[in-house]
Ligand binder design. Structure first.
Ligand code: THU
Length: 140
């Protein structure tokens, strides 16, 4: 991906922090998922009083995209941190979200873009954060 596209996705991910619903953890996460159709699907984390029904920002973005008809993806930008803290460190996706990525993305190609509040950027391939992952091909 081009640098400008990466920066745009990180900015969109940051804009999602405003919608994040986190009365229990105060940990805000925003995501911007780029479909192969060129569209960007946004997501924020949404918590729940019963805790386990909470949904991560990444899965919110994936489920919005899939429910809108897109199943092919190039990259996802993720940002997050504790509300009220002035510096946001890199926020790496949880194991459940990595597994959802594995369902729809080529682990050799799909890029995970992490941004912090200092403006640093990390771009990681899914295969590097979910090595030996189990995916749809394992069921063929
Ligand atoms: N969270 C995400 O949305 N994405 C991640 O990658 C890590 C964790 C959310 C879940 C929960 O609402 C809060 O952050 C604290 O775990």
């Amino acid at each position: 991906m081009k640098k400008e596209q990466i920066i745009k996705m990180i900015e969109i991910a940051f804009s999602q922090l405003a919608y994040s619903y986190t009365p229990y953890s105060d940990f805000k996460v925003g995501a911007a998922l780029l479909g192969k159709n060129g569209r960007i699907y946004t997501g924020c984390n949404i918590e729940n009083a019963a805790y386990t029904p909470s949904n991560c920002a990444e899965r919110t973005a994936f489920f919005k995209a899939v429910s809108d008809g897109e199943r092919n993806f190039r990259a996802i930008a993720i940002v997050g941190g504790k509300e009220g803290e002035k510096d946001y460190d890199f926020c790496s996706p949880c194991g459940v979200c990595r597994q959802v990525m594995m369902e729809f993305c080529d682990p050799e190609e799909f890029e995970i873009v992490l941004g912090n509040s200092a403006g640093d950027i990390k771009v990681i391939k899914l295969k590097d954060i979910l090595p030996e992952g189990f995916g749809p091909e394992n069921l063929e």
